[in-house]
Design a protein around this ligand. Structure first.
Ligand code: NAD
Length: 345
């Protein structure tokens, strides 16, 4: 299998393959770029069907972290780790401790955090073996759940998108369709309601939907109908790859901005949105508020400053949209170009 010359390997600096039989740990730690600082990215635990799938995932995700860190102005590079295991069956303190020791062996080049299949309690276990952990609970010395800051960042992206599409800085009276009322989506609905927007929300998990409706009096719609809501903004806050050939023709909104990672099923869908006059705020910028919080925790920057830095996501979005106009690019490509200039690709 070709690795160095594969598209996914891109310009990765380093990849560590861990095989620790004593605890049944098989993991990969990928470091894409450390020009701006140590590589920070979560630790995913997933029962990958094949090693190739795990390699592709970790490389793709660590590269994405470099771009995100560059765009939200934190002094960090991009990295990621995956543990090839089933979080429900295979997780043990011993396995997490072993992972911590391997992370520590990288001497501070990689900092981990929670991701799919891991949680803040797992991070506290890993921290017993290495200080290279962020996004911890306040009880464990961290700055707590990053979701509120992620939601605030998405609000900034929506605001920049609305200004571009409707020439107004106010969200008063705008209708926003929010897909997913989870950690981020629920909070986003609250922020939007406070800003005077009208919200239509959906979720496949009835309990989460009810919590949001009860808290903010939002309208609801069936999950399959969220794309065609007669709204001004669509905010994907559930899972990735929701912007595709089937969903784009259904969209009535002029703006797409949300928290979900990898919203475009394929890169060409960013161009499709642009061709339809839909303003798309790149996901990794819109959802960068959580990383700003984790970075502040890592550097022990003043927690009170985090919110002000998250609000700067709005300026960054304005810069991306203006660069896109100047260079005739779809916004996701404009964002990639700016990021590459910043981290010195
Ligand atoms: P979460 O798991 O708390 O919430 C996701 C919600 O989406 C859940 O309520 C789930 O039931 C719902 N959902 C799943 N499939 C759905 C569907 N088809 N239609 C409607 N609803 C559906 O996750 P979260 O922390 O709120 O994160 C949301 C997204 O943002 C994820 O893609 C995550 O990777 C991304 N993200 C989160 C953060 C953060 O700080 N939590 C940071 C960056 C990116």
């Amino acid at each position: 299998m070709a690795i160095f010359d594969s598209a996914e390997f891109d310009e990765h600096e380093q990849a560590l393959f861990v095989n620790d039989r004593s605890v049944g740990l098989r993991a990969i730690i990928a470091i894409h770029n450390t020009n701006l600082g140590p590589a920070l990215g979560g630790c995913r635990m997933w029962p990958y069907a094949s090693e190739a799938e795990a390699i592709r995932d970790v490389l793709r995700l660590s590269r994405g972290m470099t771009y995100k860190a560059a765009m939200v102005n934190v002094e960090l590079g991009g990295g990621k780790s995956v543990i090839i295991a089933d979080a429900h069956k295979d997780k043990s303190p011993e396995l997490l401790h072993a992972m911590g020791r391997w992370i520590d062996s990288l001497g501070g080049r990689y900092i981990t955090g929670e991701d799919i299949g891991t949680n803040p309690f797992d991070m506290a276990e890993i921290k017993k073996e290495t200080k290279c952990v962020s996004c911890l609970r306040e009880e464990d010395g961290g700055y707590g759940d990053p979701a509120p800051m992620t939601a605030l960042g998405v609000l900034q992206a929506i605001s920049a998108g609305v200004e571009k599409a409707f020439d107004t800085t106010s969200l008063e009276g705008m209708r926003v369709a929010v897909q997913g009322a989870g950690n981020v989506g629920h909070r986003l609905c609250g922020l939007l309601t406070d800003a005077g927007a009208k919200v239509t929300v959906c979720d496949v998990f009835e309990e989460n939907l009810e919590r949001t409706v009860k808290a903010y009096g939002t309208d609801t719609v069936a999950p399959d109908d969220i794309f065609s809501v007669d709204a001004d903004v669509f905010a994907p806050c559930a899972m990735g790859a929701v912007i595709d050939d089937q969903t784009i023709p259904q969209l009535k909104t002029k703006v797409v901005a949300g928290a979900a990672n990898n919203q475009l099923a394929e890169d060409r869908h960013g161009q499709m949105l642009a061709d339809r006059g839909i303003v798309y705020l790149p996901d990794y910028v819109a959802n960068g508020g959580g990383l700003i919080s984790c970075a502040a925790e890592w550097y022990r920057h003043d927690k009170a400053q985090v919110e002000a830095n998250v609000r700067k996501i709005r300026e960054t979005c304005v810069e991306i949209l203006s660069y896109a106009d100047q260079h005739g690019l779809p916004s996701h490509e404009a964002s990639d170009r700016i990021a590459e200039q910043r981290f010195g690709a």
